[in-house]
Design a protein around this ligand. Structure first.
Ligand SMILES: Cc1cc2nc3c(=O)[nH]c(=O)nc-3n(C[C@H](O)[C@H](O)[C@H](O)COP(=O)(O)O)c2cc1C
Length: 392
């Protein structure tokens, strides 16, 4: 679709020209024009004063790439594996809730886009398409299921079992959300779920739990209490690392600990048998002023010392960001908002476009930095801005 920019330099005559969509910032700009304010604010906003939200991107920009040249860049290989599963390039899709606010097919469009582009989508527990619906639409492509642990453990167990039965390949356990962070924009808007949408993963669940969810959902729809109440009344804030043992007792799926930001928690994740760690600050939506993830990544990678795969999300917007994360030790990155914006911009086609942009930019970065393979992307290729000057 075309954007119209009005340039009124000539008196009384407005010139209109279309602005092509060539990068993620363009996709975001277009998406924001297409969705209502309460959805837009929900997708875009972060917690508190949005310091971490901004830092996530800024921190990437403060890193410099030291390129190498004349190393035969005629082909670049971006394919890799994540938990042993092949992906065409090291960019996966993070779980984001309620995607039918962005596009009618919501999470189904997202999964189809990932299937078409050869990567893995992570479905949120609080999705507006059910986990079976998404699995049914994309039976041949690998997908992960993001899990929030509910106070009602039986409900949680059933969700896990359904994800297993539907063929999801890993559980992405979100560890940074005993309850939701404070998001001023949602509070101001009395954020509500659109009347025709629902939390689709709960309709088949046991009667009492689903009645409780429906009650909270009714509040959510009326806008009287907002999303925070949903999380506060249903998520279990008492969970600890010991609960990983319970989770492992009910599933053999690999567990990815999502939201780790410190050496200490990285070691906990390893000790408790998690198969991988996703360094994430929830896209700046939980505790404001925690570090940007590209900064936290180094501490986690150094603590883990190759004993499990480490991934990163939050603030990844460019091929150079992907390159920097891999150079500092991530095996792959996940994207949250860019995918939602792609869906809002142009549904399935928009989702595919976003993934294609990441793949193209990343491959280009590899070539221009002198890396024909992922193994050649090394930590020594990254320095902080000002580092070289500081040696004068
Ligand atoms: C609108 C939105 C909804 C989200 N919903 C969830 C969720 O349901 N579960 C979860 O673990 N993380 C959720 N996240 C966090 C993302 O999984 C991811 O950590 C974050 O979006 C990455 O940052 P980015 O948006 O800058 O790429 C959400 C993020 C956004 C923006």
């Amino acid at each position: 679709m075309k954007d119209l920019v009005i340039n009124g330099t000539e008196k009384g005559k407005l010139e209109r020209r279309s602005v092509p969509v060539v990068n993620i910032a363009d996709v975001e700009r277009e998406a924001l024009k297409r969705i209502p304010k309460h959805s837009l604010d929900y997708y875009r906003s972060g917690a508190g004063d949005e310091i971490t939200l901004a830092e996530n991107c800024l921190a990437f920009n403060h890193l410099r790439i030291r390129p190498r040249f004349l190393r035969d860049m005629s082909t670049r290989v971006t394919a890799t594996t994540v938990l042993g599963i092949p992906v065409a390039f090291p960019v996966l899709v993070a779980p984001t809730a309620m995607q039918r606010m962005a596009t009618p097919l919501g999470e189904v469009a997202n999964a189809l886009a990932c299937e078409a582009e050869g990567t893995i989508m992570t479905l949120s527990t609080i999705s507006t398409s059910s986990l079976e619906e998404v699995a049914h639409a994309t039976p041949n492509s690998p997908k992960f299921f993001q899990l929030y642990i509910y106070r009602d453990r039986e409900l949680t167990r059933r969700l896990v079992k359904r994800a297993e039965r539907a063929g999801y390949r890993a559980l992405v356990l979100t560890v940074d959300t005993p309850f939701f962070g404070q998001r001023y924009a949602d509070e101001r808007n009395h954020f509500k779920l659109d009347a025709h949408l629902k939390m689709a993963n709960f309709e088949e669940e046991d009667k009492e739990a689903s009645e409780r969810i429906n009650r909270v959902e009714a509040n959510l729809k009326s806008g009287s209490s907002g999303l925070a109440e949903y999380a506060n009344s249903l998520f279990d804030p008492s969970i600890t690392w010991d609960d990983i043992a319970w989770l492992k007792s009910i599933t053999s799926l690999p567990i990815v600990a999502k939201g780790v930001l410190t050496r200490e928690d990285a070691l906990k994740a390893l000790e408790t048998g998690c198969s991988a760690i996703l360094v994430s600050n929830h896209g700046g939506r939980q505790l404001d002023t925690v570090p940007a993830t590209i900064e936290a990544l180094i501490e986690v990678v150094d603590a883990v010392q190759g004993r499990c795969e480490v991934y990163l999300d939050s603030g990844v917007r460019r091929g150079t960001d992907v390159f920097k994360a891999l150079a500092l030790g991530a095996r792959a990155v996940f994207i949250g908002r860019p995918m939602v914006y792609g869906l809002a911009y142009d549904g399935l086609a928009g989702g595919r476009k976003v993934l294609q942009m990441f793949r193209r930019e990343f491959e280009q970065t590899m070539g221009l930095a002198g890396c024909a393979t992922l193994a050649e992307i090394q930590r020594s290729m990254i320095v902080p801005a000002g580092y070289l000057l500081s040696k004068l």
